[in-house]
Design a protein around this ligand. Structure first.
Ligand code: NAD
Ligand code: WQD
Length: 333
């Protein structure tokens, strides 16, 4: 019998890709989302790839009773929890909303998991938990670099949820795979799923694509006098396809207690280098101007992937050139 996985917050950009990969790998997925930052149209994209729609429930995690009804219907082996809101700037404007959405509602999910004795969980954390102001220059960040010295409420929610899950692994019986992603980019190779926010994007890659397509006038580069290769921020961009593969490997290697893995490439690129690279690959001019910095930005964040490499046997494979080329295929179609 197929193993069944409950996925919370699924129809977002990363997780719709993930559903496809798990269904293709032979697992049954059941999905809950309140559609606050997504639409059921993603189901049509998924159906075009795997030829059927996975089981979907419009559930708000605040509503514990409805969540329990879903747990009664299935014998879940796993929960994949991609806890909610993720815009750093918004979290600075509405911190309490972020604490409520990301932390309080997650507790409801953990309670139901405990009641139904579902003990395996993959949690979607973020490289946001690393404070690069602590780093030596050009240092790769490994899993022990986490710090409580958070610079924004979004980060705080990830930090606190990690701590809660550590305790649940010690004092309840949860087995936790805590995955910290670096900067995810790109879309599914089928071309039915992709990252194309209708509103003005927050993240660099979709913004660059929208400028290249002339949907937006110019990119604001958030400052250029940092102690980096050309003064602009340095990041580690990971293709969604590699990220999904990392989740499959995590799933196959679940062990007891709480385990954290970085999912990133281990290579860095600055904002200006990214602009130049994109121009060279897609043959379009990217207009930009230098603006003042965002108050939460960290200068250099790139991944030490040795733990995932050595224990999960996972390594990112997709090149940045390929990610950019594939991304442009979408935006240009
Ligand atoms: P997304 O905003 O595209 O998707 C989030 C989904 O959560 C949406 O479908 C939204 O409708 C749903 N949602 C939000 N609050 C909800 C609630 N209370 N009840 C039910 N559904 C709710 O985000 P994404 O990029 O797919 O990210 C998913 C996860 O990955 C998040 O936990 C995010 O913090 C984490 N993450 C994302 C990135 C990134 O750059 N995209 C990087 C690191 C970690
Ligand atoms: C990348 C680089 C910007 C937009 C955020 C979250 C992090 C994670 C991923 C969820 C930075 C620069 C960007 C623009 C710019 N999300 N930039 N102009 O800030 O690394 O991480 O998303 O967990 O938690 O903090 O990603 O794509 O916003 O920025 O100059 O219009 O591009 O300064 O150096 P970031 P990003």
């Amino acid at each position: 019998m197929k193993k069944t996985i409950l996925i919370t917050w699924w129809t977002g950009y990363i997780w719709s890709h993930w559903v496809v990969a798990f269904e293709e790998a032979g697992y049954k997925t059941v999905i809950v989302d309140n559609l606050c930052n997504s639409s059921v149209d993603t189901l049509d994209g998924i159906e075009k790839i795997i030829w059927y729609k996975p089981d979907f429930y419009n559930v708000d995690l605040r509503d514990k009773n409805t969540l329990e009804e879903v747990f009664k219907k299935y014998d879940f082996d796993w929960v994949i929890h991609f806890a909610g809101l993720k815009a750093v700037w918004e979290s600075c404007n509405k911190p309490l909303d972020y604490f409520d959405n990301n932390i309080v509602w997650s507790l409801k999910l953990f309670e139901v998991m405990e009641d139904f004795k579902v003990k395996n969980i993959i949690f979607s954390s973020s490289a946001t938990v690393y404070d690069s102001s602590n780093f030596w220059k050009w240092e790769w960040v490994d899993e022990k670099w986490i710090t409580w010295n958070t610079t924004n409420p979004y980060w705080t929610t990830k930090f606190i949820l990690e701590q809660i899950l550590i305790d649940l692994s010690k004092f309840s019986w949860f087995n936790v795979m805590n995955l910290r992603y670096f900067n995810p980019i790109w879309a599914h190779e089928s071309w039915f799923l992709w990252e194309d926010p209708e509103w003005i994007p927050n993240n660099l890659m979709p913004f660059i694509m929208k400028v290249a397509k002339w949907d937006l006038g110019e990119l604001k580069v958030f400052w250029n006098d940092y102690d980096t290769i050309d003064g602009t921020w340095v990041r580690d961009y990971i293709d969604v396809v590699d990220l999904i593969d990392g989740h499959l490997k995590a799933y196959e290697n679940i062990s007891e207690w709480f385990n954290t893995y970085n999912l990133g490439v281990g290579k860095w690129i600055s904002v200006l280098e990214m602009i130049k690279k994109t121009e060279d690959i897609i043959w379009k001019k990217i207009n930009y101007k230098i603006e003042s910095r965002r108050k939460w930005d960290l200068a250099e964040v790139f991944c030490d992937d040795s733990k995932a490499k050595n224990i999960l046997w996972w390594k990112a494979k997709v090149s940045l050139d390929e990610s950019i080329r594939n991304s442009w295929k979408f935006y240009n179609k």
